[in-house]
Design a protein around this ligand. Structure first.
Ligand code: GDG
Length: 463
């Protein structure tokens, strides 16, 4: 079995406190442990100059190799290009896209830096699996250094339609670089179609019906690999989480009221203000829910140093204040809004207690919260998922109440329908979604990607 080398911006290295220990980290660690492997990424530190070699930490048969970034590299690569240019672009927010040549050059520079520090660690038959929008050009940079290994790429966020993608200066170079991978994986078939139609429209190449692509001299494969969760582990977490002290206190604080839950990083792609407005509309149009239902939104601060995120925060705070001021009673606040993260077990317990899971991003590659909410439910009395049609998860979770997150009234109607849905219907919907989550897990996702990468034809030798 070939050794696996994972590259991502943040790793799950033991001493990296900034990294999240979510399902993805666990699954990748499992995959790495199976074959032995290397996990390469940014250490989370800022240094005065580029390090000559990565810092190595070993945990079992996994080697974590991390490097710090200089302040200019960090700002150009991470803050400006990855998060200021690519993130809003891929989430269809052209109005928020910032672009500067210097940031793009910084992005290329850091990709070359990563390539140069990774290359010496590679063995000839390693499989390299690169994650996310920070590294579109990494395969090209590795090829420049003579690396001949098979290299795969998985994009966790959406690839926008060509009409949007072509608004990016130098889009052609970005996508040509993407074509240097042997396997390009997306979350959904929509993303695969966006890739195929970009290649065709911009005359860069073509995708064939069997999933192989050609772009100039390059040959590779493309496919949809919808990411899942560790379903069984999350079921168990919710079963124990429901009697965790935090969940018991939550239950007690709600009294006989039911509640709707939202859990999202505080990000403009998640549609939190629209969701608040929908809840306001619900209370306005259906007075029976006043005093009877609470909406709890957990939104840990993310990228708090970026101006757009600060503006979003002020916007949401305005909504919370207005709704609580308009409808609140001395013994009931309609909205509970929490800017902090909770332990996973508490979250799982909160999900299980919530009558409705409200997951309404304006765009989302997949959205794991939707899947976690479903997995956490009590089979005897499951809650209802209200899910945006623009989350990748809506392709698989078809028995959710699917909504358009730009249509506030439709969302309010869906929450009402969820709150009043009979038990038999809730169970029927939940059973189907659960069967899907048991079939497509994070483990099967990992395995299908790595298997396809291992078997993918080596494009560099094709004519
Ligand atoms: C990107 C793509 C794609 C959230 N709050 C807390 C907490 N979380 C956990 C959730 C979930 C994860 O963070 C968030 O994952 P999402 O998928 O919802 O969203 P992104 O962070 O935007 O992830 C997305 C994903 O990559 C994977 O490919 O699905 O589309 O944007 O697991 O539970 N965890 C804890 N406390 C919190 O307060 N412990």
């Amino acid at each position: 079995m070939a050794r696996l080398v994972v590259v991502s911006n943040r790793t799950a290295a033991p001493r990296d406190r900034g990294a999240r220990a979510g399902g993805l980290a666990v699954a990748l660690r499992e995959a790495l442990a199976r074959s032995g492997g290397v996990w390469f990424g940014w250490s989370g530190d800022i240094a005065a100059e580029d390090p000559p070699a990565p810092r190595i930490q070993e945990a079992g048969n996994i080697v974590f190799a991390t490097i710090p970034l200089t302040r200019p590299d960090h700002d150009d690569f991470y803050l400006h290009y990855a998060n200021g240019t690519l993130w809003p672009l891929c989430h269809y927010r052209l109005g928020l896209v910032e672009f500067s040549r210097s940031a793009y050059e910084g992005y290329l520079r850091v990709n070359h830096l990563f390539a140069s520090r990774l290359a010496p660690l590679l063995r000839p038959d390693d499989l390299i699996w690169v994650h996310d929008y920070h590294f579109f050009p990494l395969a090209a940079a590795l090829r420049d250094l003579g690396v001949k290994n098979r290299i795969g790429f998985f994009l966790h966020i959406p690839l926008p339609a060509p009409e949007v993608l072509t608004a990016l200066p130098r889009h052609r170079r970005l996508i040509q670089d993407l074509c240097c991978y042997d396997l390009v994986g997306f979350q959904t078939e929509d993303d695969v179609r966006a890739f195929a139609s970009y290649l065709e429209r911009e005359d860069v190449g073509r995708v064939d019906p069997d999933g192989s692509f050609a772009a100039g001299e390059r040959r590779g494969e493309v496919g949809a690999f919808p990411i899942g969760i560790d379903t069984q582990a999350f079921v168990e977490l919710a079963e124990t989480g429901v009697s965790s002290p935090q969940t018991l206190r939550l239950r007690e604080s709600m009294g006989s009221r039911r509640f709707v839950i939202g859990v999202d990083r505080l990000d403009y792609s998640k549609g939190i203000p629209q969701r608040m407005e929908a809840f306001q509309t619900l209370l306005e149009s259906r007075p029976e829910h006043r005093g009877a239902v609470t909406y709890m939104q957990i939104a840990p601060i993310s990228r708090g140093e970026v101006e757009e995120y600060q503006a979003l925060r002020r916007d949401i705070e305005g909504w919370v204040g207005r709704i609580n001021g308009q409808f609140g009673e001395f013994d009931w606040s309609p909205v509970r809004y929490l800017n902090k993260a909770f332990p996973r077990q508490s979250l799982a317990g909160f999900f299980r207690e919530a009558a409705v899971g409200l997951v309404t991003p304006l765009r989302d590659g997949m959205n794991l919260v939707a899947k976690e909410y479903v997995a956490a439910q009590n089979p005897d009395d499951p809650g209802v998922l209200v899910l945006s049609r623009f989350a990748g998860a809506s392709h698989a979770l078809r028995q959710a109440l699917i909504v358009n997150p730009f249509d506030v009234e439709e969302m309010a109607d869906a929450v009402h329908m969820a709150l009043t849905m009979p038990l038999a219907e809730r169970q029927a919907r939940w059973n189907k979604m659960m069967a899907e989550l048991r079939e497509h897990t994070i483990q099967s996702w990992c395995e299908s990607f790595v298997t396809r990468l291992a078997g993918s034809e080596d494009g560099r030798q094709a004519a």
